[in-house]
Design a protein around this ligand. Structure first.
Ligand code: FMN
Length: 388
């Protein structure tokens, strides 16, 4: 058997702080800190405790060159080698350990920057409720807990500041000033198919296809994209879109088609939206949700092992989101974006591999509930409320 270390590994000294009640009672320091070694390896997708006895093998075994098991056992001890193979931190060339090897090979083939692969893998959520994190807290509660926030703007040298002329009005103003994040959607209203189709086509659709080689092309969209690669694509969770069976779809940016992943009853789609959005019911009520997924293979084809590639992927998603917001505003609809999503659960729903497909954010839109800030009337001539 030949062995090498997994491609990407970070070993963290983690401190677990706990209140030592025994110490409190005897008047000693009440905080007890215990440290342990935690191995973070993106191909395994879970944190692993490692013993200090196994650190020499993890630090000493090459991640590139295969070595005979017997040789490594002599050097680091058979027990260490066995434990690390079982954990998947050492990779072997035998069928017994094929699953760790397959994941490690996938990671190597995609050219992830190691720290980006770690940040992405271990920043994902499973079954998290965002309602219990700061997102659910009011500004007053945060002020009470954290004190005053830093000022709203950067205050550098005021001396010699050049006062600029007031912005002149422009045709984009109307849409820009209508844009807002909706948090109170009408859960009875559906999205007209034409509105959904325009939103998807003008945000995520290809406006142009440019051949850059016999079997290679880039797309032009209404948003810019790092490297002209447009690696971020849209999956749609349709809850109430006229003429679309509720369910999960991939939006094909060239064919301009919703290609089904799985259709489902409407109440199931509503529950799925809520769980994907970490229980943010105020966003789950929107008629249509869009999951922004970065195709790392396409991005990292150009940006191999690149420090900025993962950042560019997130920026691409941000640009698409603003375009989506503006198109929604133009249609008289509020929209939203959130990164507080259960991305690991979303991958499972969509059958995606987190190393190849980075779920980045979710956006969505729908008609605002009556009595709230409401823009539909402005565009569609409805009468029950006016614009804010
Ligand atoms: C990256 C990003 C993440 C966001 N996450 C959330 C979120 O988790 N929940 C939410 O209700 N709004 C979220 N928002 C919306 C912001 O809260 C919103 O943009 C902000 O309150 C300003 O309001 P406006 O968009 O109406 O101008 C997010 C916005 C951005 C750009």
């Amino acid at each position: 058997m030949k062995i090498r270390r997994c491609a990407v590994l970070y070993v963290e000294s983690r401190e677990d702080l706990a209140i030592d009640w025994q110490a409190i009672l005897s008047g000693r320091n009440a905080l007890a800190g215990a440290t342990r070694w935690v191995a973070l390896a993106p191909h395994l997708d879970r944190e692993l405790d490692v013993g200090a006895d196994d650190l020499p093998a993890l630090g000493g075994i090459s991640q590139s060159v295969w070595r005979a098991r017997a040789e490594l056992e002599r050097r680091y001890g058979a027990d260490s080698i066995e434990r690390l193979l079982e954990q998947g931190l050492l990779i072997a060339d035998t069928p017994e350990y094929a699953s760790a090897r397959e994941r490690d090979d996938t990671l190597r083939a995609i050219h992830w920057r190691p720290l980006s692969a770690l940040a992405h893998t271990f920043g994902r959520w499973r079954e998290v409720s965002a309602v219990v994190t700061t997102e659910g807290e009011s500004f007053q509660e945060m002020l009470n807990s954290f004190g005053e926030p830093p000022p709203p703007t950067l205050e550098l040298n005021e001396e010699g500041a050049l006062k600029l002329p007031a912005a002149v009005r422009g045709p984009l103003d109307e849409t820009l000033f209508l844009r807002y994040t909706g948090r109170n959607y009408d859960t009875a209203a559906s999205l007209p198919l034409a509105v959904a189709a325009r939103l998807l086509q003008r945000t995520f659709g290809a406006q142009e296809l440019r051949q850059i080689g016999p079997h290679a092309s880039v797309l032009k969209k209404t948003s810019p994209s790092g490297g002209a690669l447009h690696p971020v694509e849209a999956f749609v969770l349709a809850q109430r879109v006229d003429g679309v069976e509720p369910g999960l779809y991939h939006y094909h940016p060239i064919a301009h088609e919703l290609r089904p992943v799985r259709t489902m009853p409407q109440d199931e789609a509503a529950a799925l939206a809520a769980s994907m959005l970490g229980d943010q019911a105020w966003l789950a009520g929107a008629a249509m949700q869009v999951i922004l997924v970065g195709r790392t293979e396409r991005s990292f084809w150009k940006y191999r092992n690149h420090q900025k590639a993962y950042r560019a992927l997130a920026l691409d998603a941000g640009h698409l989101s603003q375009t989506f917001y503006l198109l929604a505003a133009e249609a008289g609809l509020p929209a939203f974006i959130t990164a507080a999503i259960n991305d690991a659960d979303i991958e499972q729903q969509l059958g995606l591999d987190h190393l190849k497909h980075a779920v980045i954010a979710m956006c969505g839109c729908g008609k605002a509930a009556a009595g709230t800030r409401h823009m539909v009337e402005l565009r569609y001539g409805e009468t029950d409320a006016g614009p804010a």
